[in-house]
Structures are given as C-alpha cells and as structure tokens.
Design a protein around this ligand. Structure first.
Ligand SMILES: *Cc1c(COP(=O)(O)O)cnc(C)c1O
Length: 431
C-alpha cells in the first residue's frame, strides 16, 4: 500500500518509508491511497474467527507486500498476546477493556505492532533509527515497553514533569537499555512542539534517522482498528446498533475506528468523549476549528489542545462538515463530572473505571439521551491503577495492583531533565 501526505505536497510514500519517517516531508500526516472494504462474509462469520485472523485480515491491505504474509502474521500474533474483553453494564452500555497488555494501556497494541514493523525493516538496514516521542501519559510506557530491546532502534521519550501519574512515570523511566526518558519542564504541548521541531531540523535529521511513535505514525495508528472489530465480534449477536464512545486526545483511536467502519464494520455512530480539552466538541457546534493550549485534567492522556489525527478524520469524511456530523458527535466533561462518573460506575455496577474510561462512559450516557435505541460501547483505555490516587480517593476503596504494575514500582526512576529545544537537540546529537 502506498500512502500520500494529507498536505498533498510530498511525494507518495511506501508503507516502509511512512513508518520510518513518521511525518511526510511537507509536515503532513500519511494516509492510505485507497481503502478496500472487506468482504461481507468476513463480518458474517467474524464471531468464529480468532483475534489473530481478524487482525491480519483487517491490516493486510495496508502492509502487504512490503512485509510478506508470514512475517505479518507473526507480527500480528506477537502484538496480540492478551485479551480484549467486553463487559456489559446495562442493556444500552458496555465497555471494551483495552488495558490487559504489558503496560495496561490501550497503546500497547499500536506500540508493539509498530516496534515489530520497524524491527522487520531494520533487518535489511544497518542505519540506526531513533524513535522520538512526546507523551502525555500512557504513550511513553507503552512505546518504551513495545520497543525495549528491539535491535537498531533507540527510543527517546519526552514527558511533562509532574504531569503524569507516578505509575506512568515509573513505566517510562525505569527500563534502561535502548530507552531514555527526558523530563521536560513544561506541558505535553511543549513536549509535542519540541518533537515536531526536531523532525523538521535538518541539523539533526542529516545525521540521524528520526521517527515518531505517536499515533501520527501509520504503524501505531492503524492496528487500533482491531479493537473495534473485536468489540463487534463479541456484541454482534446481542445488539443491532453499535455506537462507540471513545475517550479522545489526539483522536488516533477514534480515527482508527472510523477506518474500520470504512472497511465495512457496521458502526452506527462515533462519540468523541473529551475532557476540558474540547476543540472538536466546539468545532462540531460552531464549525470553527480553533486549537487551544492544553488544559490539565485528571484524564491527562487526553490533555491535548490540538489533536493531530483530526485531519485524518476529515479526510475519511471527504472534508465535508455535514457528512462528518452524521457520523461523529462529541461531548466535553469536567473533572467533577468525571469523578461522579467513577463513583456511579462503582456504586451502580460495581465497576472500577479509570478517569479516561469514565469520560467515555459519560459520552455514552449523553449520546443515549438522544438515541436511546443504541448500544454504546465505551472504550476503557487504561487500567484504573494507573490513576490510583484519583480512583482510590473517589471510590474509597483500595484497588489491587496488578502484577504488571507491581513489577515497576520498586525500580529506580532515571530521567534527564530538560527545559528547552536546544537541550533536546544537543542530547540527540550526542547520543
Ligand atoms: C492516549 C490515550 C487516550 C487518547 O487516545 P487518542 O488516540 O490520542 O485519542 C485515551 N486514554 C488513554 C488512557 C490514553 O493513554
């Protein structure tokens, strides 16, 4: 599959080049040249297929033949070594739990898939690649684990000092080997701006092959289509009108759901559930797209003021505002509402959610006011223990720490503090 840049100036790119480069030279995001729906028989029989088969069939047109069939099957199988259960709360609401991977964040799947693709391409290539990534919380840990020990790949993670949870910080600062964490005196937007600047800085890129592992990278973004397929597999015989409420930050996850819909997945509607960072909620109301500096919230992985994947969503819906609105609703919720949702989920359904999932739950409830005949699946994107302080204070119970988390808590944090772009640059040039 070839990819074009959504800025439409850069040349057409192969899958391999798109994965290695991350962003096109005209600063645009890569987008597949074509999307071919899967045969109806795939959806008719999906409940009989394994997750690995579903995932392979879903992704293959975007990757073959640059990664041959057998290697791609192997990559998919290694990526998906855990479960994606749906938990049904009411006749109208279910949650799809995406936190059963090694860092208990939904980003594990994208990070593992991308790492293995880069590893595959590096088999033939002796040039080392540096993965440079800004994280508002979960990306860093998932990327760090996904890439740990992958030959020929170095990972440099920028995270906003004091703005990620303790567990998240441990997950991205304790791995060593080919992973370095840079602790930035600033916000997530500052981290993201520094990363973007580095990609455009020839005094770095002439010496180093940099790539991103944010959802701008097609190999991180596209495997997220699997989730929506897995939810459908579990729910298709129970509910007719499936709607997904996706707690959204950079809008990569929800955009992957929309790609799955383009492949033929029967989805009635998407709900982008946001915290106080609500540029898309406002856009759908006013038709004005106005990125804002990010605001800090308790669902910090969604503290994004200028969601990078929104241009892909516009491309999927032909840059047609009315057409987009037929498929997408968006609501924004405050931290107080999120806390109350956590309580409600616990008290009424005995379900311990995390703040991101709670925002997704609120979006589901809001949509059901308009369309009560729907069944809304909200995505639970992180395990509640990753936001332990908030969750325990809210439900007034101790949450048991899973093994994946216990393993990192005793390890020693190792980070390098930086404040400016120049410091990032020197680090990259020296390492
Ligand atoms: C990254 C993240 C999100 C937001 O996903 P996007 O694809 O950026 O919209 C939501 N919840 C959690 C826990 C995350 O880590």
């Amino acid at each position: 599959m070839n990819y074009y840049s959504l800025n439409k100036i850069a040349p057409i790119s192969t899958f391999k080049n798109s994965v290695i480069k991350g962003l096109a030279p005209d600063k645009g995001l890569y987008f597949p040249e074509s999307i071919t729906p899967l045969p109806a028989s795939f959806f008719d029989t999906i409940e009989h297929l394994t997750n690995e088969t579903i995932a392979y069939e879903t992704i293959k047109q975007f990757v073959l033949p640059e990664i041959p069939e057998d290697d791609l099957k192997q990559i998919v199988s290694e990526t998906l070594s855990f479960d994606f259960p749906v938990v049904t709360l009411t006749n109208s609401i279910s949650t799809l739990e995406l936190f059963h991977g090694p860092t208990m964040a939904f980003k594990d799947v994208g990070a593992r898939f991308m790492a293995r693709c880069l590893g595959y391409f590096n088999k033939e290539n002796t040039q080392e690649v540096t993965v440079l990534v800004a994280t508002s919380g979960d990306t860093g840990g998932a990327v760090a684990h996904g890439f740990l020990g992958v030959k020929g790949v170095k990972v440099v993670i920028l995270y906003p000092s004091g703005k990620v949870s303790d567990i998240q910080e441990k997950q991205l600062t304790t791995l060593k080997k080919n992973i370095t964490a840079l602790e930035v005196n600033g916000t997530f937007d500052d981290c993201q701006a520094m990363v973007k600047q580095a990609f455009l800085d020839e005094s770095i890129t002439n010496h180093k092959q940099l790539t991103s592992a944010n959802s701008i990278n097609v190999a991180r973004w596209l495997p997220q289509m699997f989730y929506f397929m897995f939810a459908y597999k579990q729910l298709k015989n129970k509910h007719e009108k499936l709607v997904f409420s996706v707690p959204s930050g950079n809008f990569g996850n929800i955009c992957a759901g929309m790609m799955a819909q383009q492949l033929g997945l029967p989805v009635a509607h998407f709900v982008a559930s946001n915290n106080a960072n609500k540029v898309v909620t406002e856009y759908l109301l006013t038709k004005n797209y106005e990125p804002k500096p990010s605001v800090q919230t308790i669902s910090n992985a969604m503290d994004v003021g200028n969601p990078s994947n929104f241009v892909r969503i516009e491309a999927i819906y032909n840059n047609d505002f009315q057409y987009l609105k037929q498929h997408l609703s968006s609501y924004s919720f405050t931290d107080t509402q999120t806390i109350n949702a956590l309580k409600e989920l616990y008290n009424e359904y005995n379900y311990v959610a995390d703040p991101h999932g709670a925002v997704g739950y609120l979006g589901a409830k809001e949509y059901l006011k308009e369309r009560p005949d729907s069944h809304v699946v909200f995505l639970e994107t992180a395990h509640p223990t990753k936001f332990l302080d908030v969750v325990e204070a809210t439900i007034q119970e101790n949450v048991e720490l899973p093994e994946q988390i216990l393993k990192v808590m005793d390890k020693k944090k190792q980070s390098i503090k930086i404040s400016t772009y120049e410091e990032l640059k020197s680090f990259l040039l020296e390492h």
